[in-house]
Design a protein around this ligand. Structure first.
Ligand code: NAD
Length: 393
């Protein structure tokens, strides 16, 4: 079939198999162009099919030569219907890893569920014995709890309504948006979905089953950002969940012996999850312009390669801030970068959009998430939507 993008709001309902393959290959090529890292050798990545989790898996495999198990929650293609981008990314990742003799297996299912935890732990016992790194990179809109109820996360403020500018990507207009406060129940549910409870469950069960190596590391990802996004992010319902995630790192360090847990605060980037947050996409499109002009822009793969090379496995103690967080947002938060972003933010309108933002870069990255707008791909050619993930055959 010929696959074209079908964008509905902030999601694309189609994905291009060969485009996703080429985008994954480009990330692998970037990592291979960097010096090898003497890091983890047996790695579990939970949420490994897109964004930061995919980049973590690629960095582990192609920087550290690690064997990886990935947990994904994706749909395969069928006759006449494309699979999810995460499915195609994982198929490509495994294909390239196996071609280099690297172990790579994937479990496709709900990472929040006990069944998937059991399956992963059994696989670790069978194939690895123990893992020395667990990356927790889930970004999920909802979670089904052990009792069968499903709770959803919301992207709202926590105290009062907040009005600021946002971009409507359908018609490229800037307008004001008002975000209302979440109820206490909505905040609690957001913490259940995006906080640290499930991360803690994974690590505690892995310790109980004796599948964590001595001095194993576990890392989960967070975001802080500038003040203009604080009401919707850092101080918002998602920020409450991230505060819980940070507290969970402390809890793991206190109660799970022999494991070192970190939260890595990453840079704001276009991913499927971040594109759903009001205000943030406009901020990202300005940030891209400023950081590209300053020559310090990074994508997910550059961030994760640097996390492995300079923070987790540099051979020196892991550098953290006063709250035990690894700061991969160091360049984003430079005062000169933020001063320029604020200046552009204050001048942004529909008329000044192309001058004040890198909206073309934003749109390119968004398309590329789903395998579109990838250099070298013939988007008029027929492609087979059915692409196997080798370890799931
Ligand atoms: P993403 O949407 O690109 O990736 C999320 C991954 O989680 C996908 O592979 C998805 O399939 C998987 N997933 C979701 N629900 C699942 C489930 N139930 N079972 C198994 N897999 C599931 O998101 P991302 O932006 O890479 O986010 C990853 C982490 O990084 C999140 O904690 C996010 O808050 C954090 N982060 C993101 C940004 C950003 O700007 N994108 C910045 C800093 C931190």
């Amino acid at each position: 079939m010929v696959v074209k993008p079908k964008i509905r709001g902030f999601i694309c309902t189609t994905a291009h198999p060969t485009g996703c393959d080429a985008a994954v290959k480009a990330q692998i090529d970037y990592v291979k162009s960097q010096p090898a890292v003497d890091g983890a050798k047996k790695v579990l990545v939970i949420g490994s099919s897109m964004g930061y989790g995919l980049a973590s898996r690629i960095s582990a495999a192609f920087s550290c030569k690690a064997a990886t198990i990935g947990v994904i929650f994706d749909k395969p293609g069928t006759e006449g219907k494309t699979g999810s981008a995460g499915w195609y990314n994982t198929a490509a990742f495994e294909k390239y890893a196996h071609a280099e003799g690297l172990y790579a297996k994937t479990i496709n299912g709900d990472a929040f569920s006990q069944a998937v935890k059991d399956e992963v732990i059994d696989l670790i016992k069978k194939d690895f014995g123990k893992v020395d790194l667990v990356v927790y990179s889930l970004a999920a809109p909802r979670r089904t709890l052990a009792d069968g109820t499903t709770v959803s996360s919301v992207l709202k403020t926590t105290s009062q309504s907040y009005t600021n500018k946002t971009i409507d990507m359908r018609n490229m207009t800037i307008s004001d948006i008002t975000i209302d406060p979440a109820t206490e129940e909505e905040i609690d549910n957001t913490v259940k979905v995006m906080g640290g409870e499930d991360w803690f469950d994974w690590i505690q069960q892995m310790e109980r089953e004796n599948v964590l190596a001595e001095n194993a590391v576990t890392v989960a990802y967070s975001y802080i950002g500038p003040e203009l996004t604080h009401p919707i992010y850092y101080d918002g319902s998602i920020g409450r969940a991230k505060a819980h995630l940070a507290a969970t790192a402390g809890m793991i360090n206190n109660v799970v012996s022999g494991v070192k847990a970190y939260v890595s605060v990453n840079k704001a980037l276009v991913t499927q999850s971040s594109s759903a947050i009001p205000i943030v996409p406009l901020y990202i499109s300005i940030l891209y312009k400023v950081m590209k002009e300053a020559g310090n822009h990074e994508g997910c793969i550059e961030q994760m390669q640097r996390l492995f090379a300079e923070k987790l496995y540099s051979g020196k103690p892991v550098p953290t801030d006063s709250e035990n967080r690894i700061r991969m947002d160091d360049l984003e938060m430079l005062p000169e970068i933020q001063a320029k972003v604020t200046e552009l933010w204050n001048n942004i309108s529909t008329e000044t959009l192309s001058d004040c933002t890198d909206i073309a870069g934003y749109q390119h990255d968004f398309s590329e998430l789903f395998g579109f707008d990838v250099p070298g791909i013939d988007y008029d050619a027929d492609v087979d939507p059915i692409v196997p993930i080798e370890s799931l055959q």
